[in-house]
Design a protein around this ligand. Sequence first.
Ligand SMILES: C[S@@+](CC[C@H](N)C(=O)[O-])C[C@H]1O[C@@H](n2cnc3c(N)ncnc32)[C@H](O)[C@@H]1O
Length: 195
Amino acid sequence: MCIRDRPGTGEFRPPRLVIPTPSGRPFTQADAVRYAAEPWLVFACGRYEGIDSRVAEEARTRMPVDEVSLGDFVLAGGEVAVLVMVEAIGRLLPGVLGNADSVADDSFAPGAMESLLEGPVYTKPPVWRERPVPDILLSGHHGAIARWRRDEALRRTARTRPELLARLDPGALDRHDRAVLREAGFPVDGEDMAD
Ligand SMILES: C[S@@+](CC[C@H](N)C(=O)[O-])C[C@H]1O[C@@H](n2cnc3c(N)ncnc32)[C@H](O)[C@@H]1O
């Protein structure tokens, strides 16, 4: 592998080398955020048995190297894994999304509640095949809508990814959050901190 300086810059600032492999640490939204802030990433895709360990070992003497996994399954090659990462990273770059603020409502949005999934999503029209959007979302009451979204996010996380709840910062949970989690069968110990 030969990685040279970027044309015209004159100096060599090594990129971060990202190697997809099922034996790497899990790639998360936090990694996507971190990588989106990097000036230069290089991805190395494996096939067959994967990349000879000496490649990462040697690269580490010259640049930061991350070995990351997309999940607990084995793909035939790293290309699709890299496409997934490029998509997750690319949408965080300035100007890519029409509304940059929408990232804040996504599942795993960075911040105190980054272990939460997003609750159910509704768009337009208000009624589709006799199925209405929940009244609260049409109420115009921003505080109540935010509360409803947070409740639904907590409920969905408890239902589909309960292991994520263990990673929630108890200090970021208010009384209402705790009541929702209790009702969902996941009581949280300790005082209510963020009322
Ligand atoms: C058949 S896999 C190699 C599997 C390897 N022998 C193992 O058991 O860990 C070939 C390539 O697919 C990619 N790959 C497969 N599964 C992946 C996963 N879960 N996450 C990221 N990359 C993966 C990697 O680039 C890997 O080098």
